[in-house]
Design a protein around this ligand. Sequence first.
Ligand SMILES: Nc1ncnc2c1ncn2[C@@H]1O[C@H](COP(=O)(O)OP(=O)(O)OP(=O)(O)O)[C@@H](O)[C@H]1O
Length: 264
Amino acid sequence: MLELQQLTKTYLLPGGKNVPALQAVDLILQPGEWLGIVGESGSGKSTLARCIAHLEPVTSGRILYRQQDVTSLLGEALRQHYRQIQLVFQEPGSVFHPRMRIGEFLCEPLLNYKLMPRRQMAAEIGRQLERVGLSPAMAARYPHELSGGQLQRVMIARAISIYPEVIVFDEPTSALDVSSQQKILELLSSLRRETGVSAIFISHDLAVVQQVCERIAVMQEGRIVDVVADSRRLVPSELHPYTRKLIDAVPTINKLMNRSIHHG
Ligand SMILES: Nc1ncnc2c1ncn2[C@@H]1O[C@H](COP(=O)(O)OP(=O)(O)OP(=O)(O)O)[C@@H](O)[C@H]1O
């Protein structure tokens, strides 16, 4: 479905210094798959998300979407491609316009892609809000009247409203408290079952990624250093030393790992 070939992104800082944020990344996302990306801060996860979502140009390499190279798409072809790959960020607050009601925010992509006439919009927005566990009455509210977890649900509703084939989640639960985080992860699991959408799920927290992804790619200094086929069966001897270091940093994962070792 989506294939990254030798994807490289280098930032040029004022003064001439180069920052190699992505270094020859190769990665394949299969249809329906939720692929996890983990790595410590600065390893290049957000850069990868922005490049895949075409929010930043890549320095070199290719992004193949359904076998077509989309790195150099322009104009209407790019606009249509944007629709297929949606990005959900960590800080939903930064995406909302403070004076735009939630309903207007949800209308935007539907109008933009002419997915339905205006007269059906109110009912559709109500359905979308319900789908992510919110009341249709929320459509009349402003962003500052919603909690972080509710805003993240609105972001998710907006991302799925235009039926993308891939959603890139960049730390979607990191700004939330543990209970809201858990509820969002449950919502994502049920949306995955309902829609069959594919996803790239980025987090610094292996325990979170484990809940929604089978395969996980591990990033370090802009490279993929390890790909774990089954996030729920981590076999230490088969892991890259850096992956083991990440696991050691997460106590809950340690427990799961011990359990999988003892139970074969
Ligand atoms: N716009 C930019 N200009 C210059 N350097 C950047 C820019 N964005 C990211 N970088 C650098 O690229 C590298 C990768 O950053 P990135 O934000 O992708 O990592 P990350 O794994 O997402 O980290 P975090 O989890 O802290 O967000 C870092 O060295 C960062 O300083």
